[in-house]
Design a protein around this ligand. Structure first.
Ligand code: PMP
Length: 344
């Protein structure tokens, strides 16, 4: 196996980059007269936020048992994904790889960054096709492999042994997107960031933390990779109100656990009830907070639900006649079940 050497994977211009040094990099502390950043002296949101989100990182460090220099906070995990292309992939030259059907932004971000996205379709059981993948480990221009676990839109966890096989045999970056991991009742790969120098684990506050509007995404990796993330990000990439929202959520772990347990209970209920509805031909097992369901005619069912103001995600274009349904509140789920039952 080729050895993973980070310096060979990072774009040379990023290694050489002298990052923007913002006013708040030079003076640390809150207690001063600030005449350094051309802010307005009046108001509540008049000051630039902490560019490195230190308070938030300290709380995350305690929660995840990871030192804060191994944590990057982004404007949603979409930023964490985009920065991976900008740090590791030379536009027009390098490649990334993903396992469709999967989260659409890997491919969109690749296209924005002019990076070719190789695709190895998941097997019929929605697991990674390792024999098809392995020959690509020799591709010198393949820099990042995206693994989504639990996967969107299929809902299943990827086999952790397969992910470790990729980490051990691929001499590039393995980006494991764990947006839905808190619903999975399974261990995060964050505990492996010291073992694998090529591992980036992404998580988000948009799902289990109920803060999609606050746009808080996180990367956990080794301190060196995190340094490059910090170098490339926009100076104040996470707004002050958004940092506050995440801090407040972290201070209220009971609410987090309560919401999660309601969602998991509702998920069980939906699983039982959906599987009894004749219109639903197949209900895929889910490790996330949504279900992929196969129906006779996804376009029709999707449109009929829309008429009733119930918005699901039509995935027919990626998996034939499949719709993705998020677990809602008990009332929302009742409404969905009512409609599906009357359509059956
Ligand atoms: N990864 C996956 C797998 C997702 O499904 C989503 C959102 N749909 C994201 C990342 C984006 O998350 P964020 O809101 O943190 O940008």
């Amino acid at each position: 196996m080729k050895e993973f050497i980070l310096q060979n994977i990072i774009r040379k211009n990023i290694v050489a980059l002298k990052p923007y040094s913002c006013a708040r990099d030079e003076f640390k502390g809150d207690d001063a007269i600030f005449l350094d950043a051309n802010e307005n002296p009046f108001g509540v949101l008049n000051r630039y936020p902490d560019p490195y989100q230190n308070k938030l990182k300290q709380k995350l460090a305690r929660l995840k048992d990871v030192p804060d220099d191994k944590i990057f906070v982004g404007n949603g995990s979409d930023e964490v994904i985009d920065l991976a292309f900008r740090i590791f992939c030379r536009p027009g030259i390098d490649r990334a790889l993903s396992f469709p059907p999967t989260y659409g932004m890997y491919k969109v971000s690749a296209a924005i960054n002019e990076v070719e996205m190789l695709e190895i379709p998941l097997r019929n059981d929605f697991q990674i096709d390792l024999p098809a993948l392995t020959p690509l480990f020799d591709d010198e221009r393949l820099k990042v492999i995206f693994v989504c676990s639990p996967n969107n839109p299929t809902g299943n966890l990827m086999n952790p042994d397969d992910i470790r096989f990729i980490l051990e045999n691929f001499a590039g970056i393995v980006f494991v997107d764990e947006a839905y991991i808190d619903f999975a009742g399974s261990q995060s790969l964050i505990s492996d960031i010291d073992k694998y120098p090529n591992l980036i684990v992404a998580q988000t506050f948009s799902k289990s933390w109920a803060l999609a509007s606050a746009r808080i995404g996180i990367a956990y990796s080794n301190a060196e990779i995190i340094t490059y993330y910090n170098k490339v990000k926009a100076p104040y990439n996470v707004s002050g109100p958004n940092q506050m929202a995440a801090l407040e959520a972290l201070d209220n772990e009971d609410a987090f656990l309560n919401r999660k347990s309601i969602i998991l209970e509702e998920k069980q209920r939906l699983q039982k009830e959906l599987s009894e509805i004749p219109l639903i031909k197949k209900l895929y097992r889910s490790d996330a907070n949504f279900f992929l369901v196969e129906v006779d005619d996804a376009n029709t069912i999707y449109s009929k639900l829309i008429e009733m103001k119930i918005v699901t995600r039509n995935r027919h274009s990626v998996i034939k006649n499949c719709i993705r349904i998020t677990v809602g509140t008990p009332d929302e789920n009742d409404a969905l079940l009512r409609e599906l039952k009357t359509k059956s």
